[in-house]
Write a protein that binds this ligand. Structure first.
Ligand code: GAR
Length: 226
């Protein structure tokens, strides 16, 4: 059984799609074992706790973490998040980390911990690199960062683009720029309002993310690119 950690910040509809796909067998032999959020109010945490069996969750917000100690930096936060994710799997190794609407940019130091280059605790390193993938509601190279759907909608109205898309990519330190795993185009129709486009995008995301999770889990760790 493969073990998945999912990082979220919000509603968690994509997390729910992964949980359901693991239960139904659409993603075979896999389980969401841990959910982390950088926002305590993220509804996705309730989804995890309501799953059967309930999925362990953890939260840590950046600002309170920094304010608790003047010496702390954003990198310390990322290292603490990495430590919590890894130690959240006391009995098994993590096969995949999925960023599903996780609205915090992870540093190179975080990536070093999950690739086993850097310790997560004194004298402790993971032995097998953990692949980490991100869902982003735009085509590669277009609309990096937040509010990508809204920005694509506005660009369409100005005549700058004809359509948009969704991608799942490996995470690198540059935001939304890692090698794409799967990409799917999404049409924008002249009669669309933002709600109609968002609905079409989310439907595409829920399907594409499951295919990408399945694809990455079926690869041998050695063949994982980053
Ligand atoms: C999704 O649309 C996802 O693509 C986006 O956040 C939303 C989360 O929805 N992620 C990004 O914009 C990352 N740059 P959800 O909480 O309902 O899964």
């Amino acid at each position: 059984m493969k073990s998945i950690a999912v990082l979220i910040s919000g509603s968690g509809t994509n997390l729910q799609a992964i949980i359901d796909a693991c239960s139904s067998g659409r993603i075979p032999d896999a389980e969401v074992k841990f959910v982390f959020s950088n926002r305590k109010a993220a509804y996705g945490l309730t989804r995890a706790q309501s799953a059967s069996p309930p999925i362990p969750t953890d939260t840590l917000a950046l600002q309170p973490f920094l304010k608790a100690d003047a010496q702390r930096t954003r990198i310390d936060y990322d290292l603490e998040v990495a430590r919590r994710i890894i130690t959240g799997f006391p009995d098994s190794k993590i096969d995949l980390i999925v960023l599903a609407g996780f609205m915090h940019v992870l540093s190179e130091e975080f990536l070093d911990v999950i690739s086993g280059v850097r310790e997560y605790e004194t004298d402790k390193r993971i032995s097998t690199p953990i692949p980490i993938i991100n869902l982003h509601p735009a085509l590669p190279g277009a609309f990096d960062g937040a509010n990508a759907i809204q920005r694509a909608f506005e660009a369409y109205q100005k005549g700058d683009i004809k359509g948009t898309g969704v991608m799942v990519h490996y995470v690198v330190k540059e935001v939304d720029r890692g090698a794409p795993i799967l990409v799917r185009e999404v049409e924008i129709l002249p009669e669309d309002d933002i709600a109609a486009l968002e609905e079409r995008m989310h439907k595409t995301e829920h399907a594409l993310l499951l295919d990408a999770v399945k694809k990455v889990l079926s690869q041998e760790p050695e063949s994982i690119s980053s």
